[in-house]
Design a binder for this molecule. Structure first.
Ligand SMILES: [Fe+2]
Length: 315
């Protein structure tokens, strides 16, 4: 199985599209035993606390303030999956390649295939996170910093992907996210943005890869969803990150209004140096965040969760 291709319908046009436009492909990982209920239940029962989030949110409207963090407690893996199936929760298991080498093999194969298909593509710091989520839940409008792909295993979800330029994503907002000045990767959203989105109903056995930092939001159909995301870096993505980082600093320290984007040469080198100096000087805000945890997964309770006394979790 490890040698059969994961990507099912790659064609030469995808090499030209990859990274610049949405790539929507078929894969075969929805048939892999690594994503069966038994395998997921085992993962849930062994996942270290720092590798997972359980969340709930308002299903009806865009309301980032309704987003809450919870804990699995001592529920069995199958009970957690049952709570997700009948409830209103979202389980995210992060960096699964570090938990079980079988998932790392899948990550290695995925990026091996991308690199064999796309000339000069060299990826690093690849990660996989598994999402198990209730019918109709949503992930609000946001953008991610590394390269992102979304892979559907079970259920169906509607994915909205927006252009990665203003007014959908302002450079200043990106700089705030990269400098860790906002707790969330939330960027301002207005409903009319949807008129400019690519809207894809993602089915089991399908994946999407979208341009770097492309804002997106996800709404589950009325069914349990199992998906995973992959993220990766390349030199080009790192250079873009460095530009945002350095431009954020230049705006703050020198009051520059519109610092440009440098993709090569001395202008890029000076931004690399500025970013490295700031990161290693300890001036950058720490990546560690604090979460208020105030519910526990419970398949017997309404919405698959019950309130507990709130406590803080740093991770
Ligand atoms: Fe995302």
């Amino acid at each position: 199985m490890a040698h059969e291709p994961i990507l099912q319908n790659w064609s030469s046009k995808h090499a030209e599209l990859f990274g610049n436009h949405i790539v929507h492909l078929k894969h075969r990982l929805h048939e892999s035993p690594l994503f069966s209920n038994d395998a997921l239940a085992r993962l849930i029962e062994t996942v270290p606390r720092e590798h997972y989030h359980v969340n709930t949110m308002n299903q009806e409207v865009h309301d980032p303030k309704s987003w809450r963090d919870g804990e699995i407690g001592d529920a069995s893996g199958h009970d957690v999956i049952e709570a997700v199936r009948t409830g209103n929760i979202w389980v995210l298991i992060q960096r699964v390649g570090e938990i079980d080498p079988a998932y790392q093999q899948v990550i290695d194969q995925i990026f091996g295939e991308f690199e064999s298909h796309v000339p000069d593509l060299e990826t690093y710091k690849q990660k996989m996170s598994i999402l198990i989520s209730s019918p109709n839940v949503q992930v609000y409008y946001h953008c991610d910093i590394p390269g992102q792909s979304l892979w559907q295993i079970r259920g169906r979800k509607k994915v909205y992907v927006y252009p990665n330029t203003a007014p959908f994503l302002h450079q200043e907002a990106m700089e705030r996210i990269i400098l860790n000045e906002t707790d969330e990767q939330e960027t301002p959203y207005r409903q009319w943005f949807d008129d400019y989105a690519d809207i894809i109903d993602l089915e089991p056995g399908e994946m999407l890869h979208w341009p770097i930092n492309g804002p997106h939001r996800v709404v589950n159909h009325d069914c349990l969803n199992v998906s995973f995301t992959t993220e990766h870096w390349t030199d080009a993505l790192r250079n873009r990150y460095v530009n945002h980082y350095a431009n954020g600093l230049l705006r703050r320290t020198l009051g520059m209004k519109n610092p440009g984007i440098a993709t090569s040469g001395p202008a890029l080198w000076s931004k690399l140096a500025l970013t490295a100096a700031h990161r290693y000087s300890g001036l950058r805000r720490k990546n560690q965040m604090t979460y208020k945890v105030d519910f526990r997964v419970d398949p017997t309770a309404p919405f698959g969760m019950r309130d507990i006394e709130a406590y803080e979790l740093a991770k």
